[in-house]
Design a protein around this ligand. Structure first.
Ligand code: ADP
Ligand code: MG
Length: 240
């Protein structure tokens, strides 16, 4: 579903991604962790063409990214993304936030978009918040809305970039629970997080990044009990 082959990316002279080889199968759940500044956000932003890379190739669902504008658009239509900051439109109600993409980008009728939005609000278990504005919701509820908004575009792949890092501790689980359920539907998911309980529960494979490199890839059982590299051992010691 996703293939990186020899991918490098630079910001000026600074190499943020170093010769990345990586692939994910359809339905696979990958958790990426690693120190701050190691390139995790940059890597996943490359998957939907939010960041351009300078060498190597990235293909998503058979489409090569960066080949032309049309292929980038096609990839973006298949990839949903949830950020640390929820990025909801403050002047729109929850349901309007959800309907916006389907109506504007898909040309869906408003009644059809409303039905779709309600279906996904139910999926994230906050249908009763539909007519409220984002500021009237807790952080955890806002992040659930952001997840539902992505799902309304019916993506084949969901990317999550530290989706619980901006939340108060008591709200983290209500977001992780929704993500665990989503994982159960067979969605291909790439999740940058340091929530290791979540990782153990849903990850098919763990990826550890450091200084722009993928240092280690292993199933959680192996990753947590017998990390091979010194860098990964040190990192896990700090966060567990
Ligand atoms: P992570 O998500 O693992 O914390 P990032 O992918 O955000 O790491 O960033 C990796 C490195 O690239 C960091 O050193 C960061 O300072 C640098 N970086 C990120 N974005 C930019 C940018 N737009 N311009 C220059 N450097 C950047
Ligand atoms: Mg980041």
């Amino acid at each position: 579903m996703i293939t990186f082959s020899g991918v490098s990316k630079f910001y000026g002279d600074f190499q943020v991604l170093k010769n990345i080889d990586f692939s994910a199968r359809a339905g696979e759940r990958i958790v990426i962790c690693g120190p701050s500044g190691s390139g995790k956000s940059t890597l996943i932003r490359c998957i939907n063409g939010l960041e351009a890379h300078q060498s190597g190739t990235i293909t998503v669902d058979g489409i090569r990214l960066g080949a032309d504008a049309a292929s980038t658009r096609k990839v973006r239509s298949e990839v949903g993304m949830v950020f640390q900051q929820f990025n909801l439109f403050p002047h729109l109600t929850v349901i309007e936030n959800l309907m916006l993409g389907p109506v504007r980008a898909r040309g869906m009728s408003r009644p059809a978009a409303r039905d779709l939005a309600m279906r996904y609000l139910n999926r994230v278990r906050i249908p009763e918040q539909a007519e409220k504005y984002p500021r009237q919701l807790s952080g955890g509820q806002q992040q659930r809305v952001a997840i539902a908004r992505s799902l309304c575009m019916e993506p084949r792949i969901m990317l999550f970039d530290e989706p619980t890092s901006a939340l108060d501790p008591e709200m983290i689980n209500e977001v992780l629970d929704v993500m665990v359920e989503l994982a159960g539907t067979g969605m291909t998911m790439i999740v940058v997080t340091h929530e290791m309980g979540f990782a153990r529960k849903v990850a098919d494979r763990m990826v550890f990044m450091d200084h722009g490199e993928i240092v280690e890839v292993a199933p959680p059982a192996e990753f947590f009990t017998a990390p091979k590299s010194r860098r990964c051992q040190d990192f896990l010691q700090k966060i567990l």
